[in-house]
Design a protein around this ligand. Sequence first.
Ligand code: SAM
Length: 287
Amino acid sequence: MSNQYGKLYVVATPIGNLADISFRAIETLKQVDLIAAEDTRHVKLLLNHYGISNKVMSFHQHNEEKAAESLLEKLRDGLSIALVSDAGTPLLSDPGMPLVRRVKDVGLDVVPIPGACALIAALSAAGLPVTQFSFEGFLPRTSSARKAFFTEKLTATTTWVFYESCHRILAALQDMAAILPPDRQIVIARELTKLHETIVKITLANALELVTQDDNMRKGEFVVIIEGAAKASKEDNGLSPEQLNILAVLMRECTTKTAVEMAVEITGARKKLLYQAALDLEKAGST
Ligand code: SAM
């Protein structure tokens, strides 16, 4: 990339505790030509705290597309720009995606300056599996849409995470309790890095009771993490219910030999196990 063009720095800022910012982020905010901020007043609190006096322009979700074009022009003119949001990492449930996509599309440099992110902070202290997880952002606002969403997630076997506000945390848990089993483990991470930080790992039933009864548990900002559903266990014959089901359906249509061969191909299960299960099914007369 030629040096004549400016770079876009995507800078993570604190999610509460102002000390949660990297040296590199502070240097970047000092050195860029312009800071594009979700809320200019909000970022100025941070800049004042670190004695940074730099030019700040507004970049929020209502002017994103238009502002992206104007920022792109500035990058082409050789200016360097830092993108920041109100809290944490830009783009994560925050503005910035159209700008970053546009800058990448035209081949200019986008440089991440990593740091705080509520989702990652919550996961790091949750005590639930994080090898694989899905981030769901904010939930739908209506109860029926939320229930439809929870129904979709009911059998997801990996951890899933969403952001919630104090206005909807109770309603979200009530809708969740209508769909998910009461003993599902969940983690409520509230006010992370702030004075009233609370991280509780409890069953869904207990979480609903806690948030219903304790007014403080309906205040502040929330990350909610849900344990994945238990993986479908294998039967005594070493096959999963789905594998057995496929075998039984095939046995209704073909000879046992063909059904077993096709089931091996479709399910990937061992032929010996499928053959034994086919004999058992024949004996039980269930095909
Ligand atoms: N970009 C941010 C990040 O990196 O985490 C998130 C911005 S999103 C608009 C704001 C939501 O993130 C809040 O409604 C809350 O769900 C979550 N959040 C932000 N700060 C938090 C904190 N200190 N504790 C718990 N949740 C927080």
